[in-house]
Design a protein around this ligand. Sequence first.
Ligand SMILES: Nc1ncnc2c1ncn2[C@@H]1O[C@H](COP(=O)(O)OP(=O)(O)OP(=O)(O)O)[C@@H](O)[C@H]1O
Ligand SMILES: [Mg+2]
Length: 451
Amino acid sequence: MSHEILIIEDSVLVSMSLKDLLEEKGYSVSVCETAKESAKILKKTDFSVAILDMMLPDANGRDLLKKWKKSYPDMAVIIFTAHGDIDSAVDCLKAGAYDFLPKPVDNIKLLSTIENAIKHSALSNQVVVLKELRKRSDSGVLNKIIGDSPAMMEIVNLAKQVAQSDYSCLLITGESGTGKGLFAKTIHKAGKRKDKPFVEVNCSALPATLIESELFGHKRGAFTDAKEDKIGLFEMADGGTLFLDEIGDMDLALQSKLLKVMEEQTFRRIGDTKEIKVDVAIIAATNQMLEQHVECGKFRMDLYYRLNVIPLKLIPLRERMKDVMSIADHFLMEFSLKFGKQYKGFSKDAVKELNSYAWPGNVRELRNVVERGCILSQSDEINTKELMIPKDLTATRSENFAIPPLPLADIEKMVIESAMNNSDGNKNKAAKVLGIHRTTLYKKLEEYGLD
Ligand SMILES: Nc1ncnc2c1ncn2[C@@H]1O[C@H](COP(=O)(O)OP(=O)(O)OP(=O)(O)O)[C@@H](O)[C@H]1O
Ligand SMILES: [Mg+2]
């Protein structure tokens, strides 16, 4: 990206030779002779650096500088002064000039001053971003949750109430990517337990027996692999919060153990007889319909009722489209800081697209889209082509967006079926197309009854 430089100088001879010099170095240069002209140009372009002659036909350089510092605080201003006029040079520095150079101008000195000024302004932009981020995180932890749609504000208010109450358990539900993990952590951080541990465990990530020993710990010799005593997550979370993510996947036997701990606040390590007392708040989260799990016997009704005393229901992003741009801007700021680049914003078309997409992956998907935009963007603006939003899922087109996601297995079956058809039933060929081993394909064919 080439930096824009503005030269305001009433001697055309001087300004033209500077323009040549700077353009040769890859800068984009605009030139004007008067303060009046400069006002017009400044409205149209964002300049990184302005080079200002102290004596203009229609204005005093110092007055102009003061005006600019208010309207264009990010633009670095380098002043040309008459040789020996130290007083006015000092004045200009006080008024916010980046540097001054005496006339006649030394080209090498000028180039290095410009380079430094650009670096400096990039840095000060980053400081602005940093300050803004800090302000956001200081003004109450719950403010990191962005969104001012009525629906979101209602949820945040409920979350604030919960955090300040003496809650012992809480159930957060919502589609994937709606912010369940974020809410869990934030509620913990906003409550009385904030200085105590927040311990997270994903109930679908491990087999049930492993989760049991993770949660409760075990005594040495409790089972073959138990070489040492091990303290469990319940003990680690003592005084704080245990976050049980994907609770819908928890095994039934473990569910009853969990219920018992919640009711009695005591448990035993596996293979141990000693009762251990803990004080742990439980926050559980799921993207599944727990009621349905209860109906078909996959989830204990008593545990469900216990957890559901305080339900926090996060709504999909497509049902609060008003939040899209404020969340997108928030992520843009985050990535500005991360990538050390100052993005101005999204182009008009990009905003339109962000606002008309249905966001099946919710806020997580929005975050990924903004990140990709920032990485791919060649300028300080994010355009549609850099966002790469899928075209077939727009919110406007599918107002009642209710396509249930296909189970992975169904998708796999469909893919295998079509690979077999395309290979005229030749299994070797189909396996190659699918990029899996022949024996794996045999197994899958049997599993799906496609043989
Ligand atoms: N309202 C919000 N404001 C700012 N960031 C948000 C908001 N909601 C979600 N996020 C961010 O979006 C991402 C996804 O959120 P999170 O991981 O909490 O979703 P989740 O509901 O737990 O998803 P999953 O069910 O897939 O685990 C995170 O980076 C989170 O910080
Ligand atoms: Mg999560």
